[in-house]
Design a protein around this ligand. Structure first.
Ligand SMILES: Cc1ncc(COP(=O)(O)O)c(C=O)c1O
Length: 426
């Protein structure tokens, strides 16, 4: 379909976009192709991508090496069921993930999206305790301002207010929430900072299957960066109280924060870890839940002797081939230096915003830059302004933020920060 008027009409008639109303007047922009960091619109305009398609497209779009990996895999098979069968892309990817994640992560469960990998992680924790004869442990402890996805289990551990799911409160499992860490990234964590977490853990420990949280960066729940020391304390307390720790690295994984995985800032490892998003370099949907030998063996040796999950598209070979290629590209690149370069570009590019009366806070970590406004932005107007300036951003609430593909040049990065600086100017 080449006629974009017709396309937009049909889109409006039949399609729901994320967190949107059918038939809404919020504009959607038809993209016809994407290359490097540029999205090409149907009307010929090109936008510099500041979002990496929601944390995913770390190598940009239409990358020759990624394309080659996919067309190569397509010659063999695009999909085959994973029950009773296996294939090289899945095995090689599992081996690679075990190699690059913290050492205790040894067993890999593939699924098709971040939310599902969180469901899988929560089920693993419950089954682990069940296998150990402690079936009462069915609840999860988490910190406020978190976001873990849109399915029911994942929704139950999202922030009940900012997590966008308050509508479903009655049906969601009642989890245990503690206030979000107030100690910021770079700060130490005092006894007072960790006390609410410790008290909640102490009070509910016999009912808790696991603590679940995003390490260091809380994404869609507020784009906040908290103290690595806090995370370290969380690990210590989980160990002391004999509770599992699930870390959701879906947004933070694969270098975005300046470490390959954000938990490395705290020098800790989880018992269960979720990865997704940038796993395939944004080419296809794939996620994985990794765990320790202790967890996987306990589940496998206990009743009913199997782990109760198995998605149809589990370990899709095309997605696994994309993931392998993306991880190779990343590791072969000078990614740490590159993230530092982007961090510097974001810091200097956002410097002016710190002085604005309408800006609450500016924060940067790795290749993530956030300008938090005092008031919520008008999404329609601000998006139109960004598009007119030739950049693609997707602000929400009070947050205007950038997380560009790692391949972005300094010139394009400064066009992004300049657009943010000019358009948020009071
Ligand atoms: C930290 C985190 N966990 C889970 C999810 C859910 O992933 P998906 O949208 O692939 O289901 C997201 C998505 O934004 C996320 O940022």
């Amino acid at each position: 379909m080449n006629n974009s008027e017709e396309l937009l009409k049909l889109d409006k008639q039949h399609i729901w976009h994320p967190y949107s109303a059918m038939g809404s007047d919020m504009p959607v922009y038809p993209v016809v192709s994407a290359e490097g960091v540029r999205l090409k619109l149907a009307d010929g305009r090109e936008l510099i991508d500041g979002m990496s398609s929601w944390w995913c497209a770390i190598h940009g779009y239409n990358h020759p090496q990624m394309n080659q990996a996919l067309t190569g895999q397509l010659q063999n098979m695009s999909h085959v069921m994973f029950g009773g069968l296996t294939h090289p892309p899945a095995v090689e990817l599992a081996k690679k993930l075990v190699e690059i994640t913290p050492e205790p992560m040894q067993s890999v469960f593939f699924s098709d999206s971040g939310s599902v990998s969180v469901e899988v992680a929560m089920k693993m924790a419950i089954q682990y305790w069940h296998a150990r004869g402690d079936a009462k442990r069915q609840r999860f402890l988490t910190i406020r301002s978190g976001y873990h996805g849109d399915t029911f289990g994942a929704m139950s551990v999202c922030d009940p207010d900012t997590g966008m799911h308050s509508l479903f409160n009655e049906v969601l499992a009642k989890q245990i929430f503690v206030e979000r860490p107030t100690c910021r990234f770079g700060d130490s964590c005092t006894q007072q900072d960790i006390a609410p977490f410790e008290q909640a853990l102490n009070k509910h420990k016999t009912a808790i299957a696991a603590v679940i949280m995003e390490p260091i960066v809380q994404g869609a729940g507020g784009m906040r960066f908290y103290s690595a020391d806090y995370l370290k304390q969380v690990r210590r307390l989980c160990d002391e109280h004999n509770v599992l720790l699930i870390l959701d690295e879906i947004a933070t994984g694969f270098g975005r924060t300046g470490k390959l995985f954000a938990c490395e800032y705290a020098d800790i490892s989880p018992d269960i870890m979720c990865v997704g998003k940038a796993l395939t370099g944004g080419y296809l949907t794939l996620a994985a839940t990794l765990t320790t030998r202790t967890v996987s063996e306990t589940i496998s040796q206990g009743h009913p002797g199997v782990f109760m999950h198995g998605p149809t598209f589990m370990a899709n070979p095309l997605a696994c081939a994309a993931a392998l290629s993306s991880i190779r590209l990343l590791l072969e690149s000078n990614w740490q230096q590159n993230i530092q370069r982007i961090e510097q570009g974001l810091l200097s590019g956002f410097a002016a915003c710190r002085e604005y009366d309408n800006v609450q806070d500016v924060r940067v970590l790795g290749a993530i830059g956030v300008v938090e406004m005092k008031q919520a932005v008008d999404m329609k107007t601000i998006t139109e302004k960004f598009v007119s300036a030739g950049v693609w951003l997707r602000p929400f609430g009070k947050l205007v933020y950038l997380m560009p593909p790692y391949i972005i040049t300094n010139e394009d990065l400064s066009r992004l920060t300049q657009a943010v600086s000019e358009i948020t100017h009071p």
